[in-house]
Design a protein around this ligand. Structure first.
Ligand SMILES: Cc1cc2nc3c(=O)[nH]c(=O)nc-3n(C[C@H](O)[C@H](O)[C@H](O)COP(=O)(O)OP(=O)(O)OC[C@H]3O[C@@H](n4cnc5c(N)ncnc54)[C@H](O)[C@@H]3O)c2cc1C
Length: 395
């Protein structure tokens, strides 16, 4: 996208690039490149480096500790971080609950929670999905019954990423069982150390541990932890989903995946020549690269030029195409590696262990396996297509 940058933006890009070069520890970059399940300590380490520079909440307004950057600056920052293999920023804190809190939260909630997100002293997870309530999220059944100045929460959540690392959960609960689906839902902030709350691990296909089940057995949550109005949680949930979907398109990270794929194809051989020169492979590579470029341009049009007329539909389109392109890239990468990609193991704690594969291969199969879920999490592809159809046909 460098052809679209103004002189000031080029100088901002150079500033970011120089900062990352000096401040991103190489061992952190290596881990971030190799691991789909990055250890909490590594995410925190990078976040704290950015925090010191005032860059830990790129999309937030300055009054809450954000950068106040323009969309173009955010776009550049994302690109530079991904290109350098910087660990991703806290998705649940910075990109999801933070904007909900500074938009809909009380002054007390903002004062209590926003500083811990910017400094990464508080870790969050997202309690939306339940067994039986994923695509049809509004059918969720975890209930919160009023009891004086607390809610008593009972039920369970599933696929809760990072619940085992989190201090707090933002959670959708049913506060009015009589109301029709979306209407009786509220948005609660729940302390993960609350008595009656338990977390149980789910191991994903790559052998890593990010996912969990969370059970609530008479968990008492102070009413001051209700975000916005009671029974109106769906409004805040949807606002947050828009942010989640744009982020989960992972455009900048996929550009990095494309660069890594090209490196691999220059090293690996086919019929005595670099794989990248093989006509069949080259045409597959060109096809996915064209899709990647189109995605990048579309992302630029939406985020930087603000061309979307329907933000929710645009977020769904980005999520849909972003996850598909990501999967094509990871598939072609595994094809390019062949047997070199096979030595692979995930450690019990979910962190990746090197198994002697060459550096350029390490972590690629893990990425391929874990990203099978990219067309499921943050709303499946079918769900995104339904949203797009509805935005066009209206029902
Ligand atoms: C890696 C990963 C991380 C996740 N992290 C979190 C998290 O942190 N917090 C959280 O709350 N959730 C999380 N999720 C859950 C995720 O949001 C759900 O898995 C997703 O919304 C799909 O719901 P489901 O699994 O219940 O599948 P279902 O809704 O049961 O869907 C099953 C299949 O049916 C299709 N389908 C369903 N309804 C329709 C329809 N109306 N039209 C056409 N097709 C349909 C779906 O597309 C899918 O292919 C995560 C999931 C994964 C895989």
């Amino acid at each position: 996208m460098s052809q679209y940058l103004s002189a000031e933006e080029v100088s901002f890009r150079d500033e970011v690039r120089a900062f990352i070069k000096v401040n991103l520890p190489p061992e952190l970059a290596t881990k971030a490149r190799r691991q789909s399940h990055i250890a909490k300590a590594d995410v925190v380490a990078w976040h704290k480096i950015l925090y010191k520079r005032g860059w830990s909440a790129p999309s937030w307004p300055t009054e809450y500790g954000g950068t106040g950057w323009t969309p173009a600056q955010r776009f550049i920052f994302e690109d530079e971080c991904a290109a350098a293999d910087a660990p991703p920023l806290s998705f649940f804190g910075v990109s999801m609950i933070g904007p909900v809190l500074y938009t809909f939260g009380t002054e007390a909630q903002k004062a209590r929670y926003l500083p811990g997100i910017v400094s990464m002293d508080t870790h969050w997870c997202q309690g939306y999905s339940e067994p039986g309530a994923g695509s049809d999220l509004a059918s969720l059944r975890t209930r919160a019954d009023s009891d004086g100045d607390v809610y008593v929460v009972n039920g369970s959540k599933i696929w809760t990423s990072d619940a085992h690392k989190a201090d707090m959960m933002f959670c959708l609960v049913r506060t009015d069982p009589e109301a029709k689906q979306q209407r009786g839902i509220s948005f609660l902030l729940i302390d993960m150390k609350s008595p009656g709350l338990t977390v149980s691990p789910l191991i994903s296909i790559d052998g890593g541990h990010t996912l969990n089940e969370v059970f609530f057995d008479n968990v008492r949550v102070p009413k001051e932890n209700l975000v916005g109005e009671e029974h109106k949680g769906w409004t805040y949930a949807k606002f947050l989903l828009g942010h989640e979907r744009v982020m989960s398109a992972e455009v900048a990270r996929s550009k990095r995946r494309l660069a890594m794929l090209k490196t691999i194809a220059r090293i690996e051989q086919a019929n005595g020549a670099p794989l990248i020169e093989d006509p069949h492979f080259a045409s597959r590579l060109a096809a996915v690269e064209i899709e990647m470029m189109a995605l990048d341009l579309t992302n630029h049009r939406l985020l930087v030029r603000g061309e979307a007329t329907d933000a929710m539909a645009a977020a769904s389109m980005m999520k849909l195409r972003g996850s598909e392109v990501m999967q094509k890239l990871t598939e072609l990468t595994v094809d390019a590696l062949g047997f070199v990609g096979l030595p692979y193991a995930a450690a019990d704690d979910g962190s990746h262990q090197s198994t002697g594969a060459p550096a350029y291969a390490d972590g690629r199969v893990e990425d391929y396996l874990f990203r099978r879920a990219a067309t499921i999490y943050a709303g499946s592809s079918e769900t995104q297509r339904n949203i797009l159809a509805k935005s066009i046909f209206g029902h």
